[in-house]
Design a protein around this ligand. Structure first.
Ligand code: AMP
Length: 176
């Protein structure tokens, strides 16, 4: 199944020059949505993952399902100010702006093998911050997986050197 057919490109959103990759057109279709979650889980089913950590908000769409399929716990990495208990935080640069993420201090235990999941890899800044959070908590980043990877001039993988990285759909950023 060609999952890329289900991604909608929205030009100039949320600001001029950004080609926004809309996953809602994939999620609303039962078979492609299930296929996406199963492909992610299958990639890591032999890796003895202990937790799936997904990044707010679109990472959650797939993250809970993948954690369920792998039979492991689910960790919420959220935008700053959203979690009620003691947190650890990290800042990062976005393709459009900058931001911070945080996670509950007890979300991950020392030695936990963690799969980090998000909808899209652009510059890799968000995912690199997520890796730092997991490692600050004592977790081991077993891998990172993205539904979409923007290839070309953004060089997202360069920000994530040394990690095991997978993506289901590769879209060249220059071709948009
Ligand atoms: P980055 O940190 O540059 O890799 O950006 C990845 C994060 O920003 C992910 O959480 C995405 O949801 C979001 N994002 C960045 N660029 C786009 C884009 N072109 N389309 C959709 N989401 C994007």
């Amino acid at each position: 199944m060609d999952l890329s057919k289900y991604i909608r490109n929205v030009p100039n959103w949320p600001k001029h020059g950004v080609q926004f990759k809309d996953i809602t057109t994939l999620c609303k279709e039962a078979i492609p949505f299930r296929e996406t979650c199963e492909r992610i889980a299958n990639q890591y089913k032999e890796k003895k993952i202990i937790k799936v950590a997904a990044i707010e908000a679109r990472g959650y769409v797939f993250g809970g399902v993948v954690a369920y399929l792998l039979g492991v716990g689910f960790v919420l990495i959220r935008k700053i100010g959203k979690l009620p208990y003691t947190t650890i935080d990290e800042s990062y640069e976005l393709e459009y702006g900058s931001d911070s993420i945080h996670m509950h201090i007890d979300a991950i235990s020392s030695g936990d093998k963690v799969l980090i999941l998000d909808d899209l890899l652009a510059t890799g800044g968000t995912a690199a911050a997520a890796c730092r959070l997991v490692e600050k908590a004592g977790g081991i980043v077993e891998g990172l997986i993205f539904v979409i990877e923007l290839t070309g001039s953004l060089h997202g993988r360069d920000n994530l050197k040394g990690y095991d990285i997978h993506s289901l759909i590769k879209m060249p950023v220059e071709d948009e």
